[in-house]
Design a protein around this ligand. Structure first.
Ligand code: CMP
Length: 411
């Protein structure tokens, strides 16, 4: 089922447009087009933003315009120099003016099209400092990021490390980064019914649940709210506002007293965001093509992106062995594999099925809690994405009926 246009606009297009307009209002650039093109190309990490920037061939026109302007600047400089020469006599090779002009020309030569847009004045006219900070950063020389350190007991650190291991967003981090994240997080305890996040507001931090339950709600047109997700131990929420610089996409409220860990925007952006966005974008396109996942909404698919781990197998590798205990679910991204089964002990295995890109396997042992019912062998080099039993239950639980129905293909 393709995404509905309204849902697509709400989830993909609006966040980008809203943020672009915010930046326009904050910066109020004289030249709209170069500003917007630069902003879009630098924020084109999401598929939706990439789509927006597609076909923007105005760049080449801008390049021409820039060359013309540079030519005019050179002429004007020559005139200034000529006038100065009239007054002060010829310039010597070592003079300051020549040095200055030379360095100006050198830097012009170095400039690429993306340097066309002059740095905007850092005058913030709005209150959304949190949103503008990163956009300004694109013109500001980058300052070394120093993550905050919030004192914690060893017991707190151990608890937090265990929670982060369970969290899809953080589980891919290298251990030095995990340490920084642990230092930068603050424990937060919320009582039942506390509304921690309000849909539509700006967001400056995300949370990871250690204990308890936080429910996510989305407001309908008629004002009523639908509960869209229950976040329990290991789940992160509030990440969308930080990942995509958009207002909060849902409200989040404590269903019971909960222990959370809070991470600020700056720490998230500097340590986690880049990897998370790259991973989501790379996978999202592929997952859209997996028939099993067609019924998932965009948010569920994004969460799945965070959780899937890439693994490769060489030609001939036995990926799954009949009779083994199975704890992993696989989606084949690239390559082909054969599924074969020994029906009577001591007789040769018979091929049941061939698998190609977008096919999945390994689900039966997870669904039924039984040993592997067949072997899967790589016919070529195979690139797979895997889910552990726990993430499979958490993320593909709603697909259980489809998975069970599809299992008849092995009969
Ligand atoms: N279906 C959903 N759509 C959007 N956000 C969701 C959904 N389910 C859970 N959420 C979470 O609710 C959070 C609200 O704040 P954010 O938009 O920053 O990030 C959001 C997600 O973490």
């Amino acid at each position: 089922m393709a995404q509905e246009p309204q849902e697509y606009i709400q989830q993909k297009v609006n966040p980008i447009l809203e943020n672009l307009v915010t930046q326009l209002l904050l910066e109020r650039p004289e030249q709209l087009a170069p500003f917007m093109i630069k902003w879009l190309s630098q924020n084109s990490k999401t598929p939706a933003a990439a789509a927006l920037t597609e076909g923007v061939n105005v760049l080449s026109e801008l390049k021409l315009e820039m060359e013309k302007l540079q030519e005019e600047v050179r002429e004007l400089e020559a005139q200034v120099e000529a006038k100065r020469g009239d007054k002060t006599g010829p310039l010597t090779a070592g003079s300051e003016a020549v040095d200055a002009l030379q360095s100006m020309e050198e830097s012009e030569d170095d400039e690429e099209v993306e340097d066309v847009v002059p740095p905007p004045a850092l005058t913030s006219r709005g209150h959304r400092a949190s949103v503008s900070a990163e956009a300004y950063g694109q013109w500001n020389p980058e300052k070394a990021f120093v993550a905050p350190v919030y004192e914690k007991s060893d017991e707190q650190k151990t608890r937090l490390a265990n929670v982060l291991k369970e969290s899809f967003l953080f589980s891919g981090l290298e251990s030095p980064d995990i340490k920084i994240v642990i230092d930068a997080m603050q424990e937060k305890i919320v009582e039942k019914d506390t509304r921690l996040i309000n849909q539509g507001e700006d967001g400056d931090c995300l949370y990871v649940v250690e204990e308890g339950q936080m429910n996510c709600y989305i407001r309908r047109q008629d004002g009523a709210e639908d509960m869209v997700k229950e976040c329990t131990s290991g789940d992160a929420f509030g990440e969308l506002a930080l990942l995509y610089n958009c207002p909060r996409a849902a409200s989040v409220q404590a269903a019971e007293r909960s222990v959370l860990w809070e991470l600020g925007r700056e720490s998230f952006n500097n340590i986690v965001k880049k990897a998370a966005v790259a991973h989501r974008d790379q996978l999202e396109e592929f997952l859209l093509k997996v028939p099993l996942l067609k019924g998932m909404d965009a948010y569920e698919r994004s969460s799945l992106c965070d959780a899937l781990q890439p693994t490769s197998f060489a030609q001939g590798d036995v990926i799954v062995q009949q009779g083994d205990i199975g704890d992993v679910f696989y989606i084949l991204q690239d390559g082909s594999a054969t599924v074969s089964k020994v029906y009577v002990a001591g007789t040769p295995a018979k091929e049941v099925l061939k698998l190609g890109p977008g096919d999945y396997f390994g689900e039966l042992a997870l669904l039924k809690g039984e040993p592997r019912a067949a072997s899967v062998i790589a016919l070529t080099e195979c690139k797979c994405y895997t889910l552990s039993r726990r993430t499979f239950n958490r993320l593909l639980g709603p697909l259980e009926e489809i998975l069970r129905r599809n299992a008849t293909k092995y009969d």
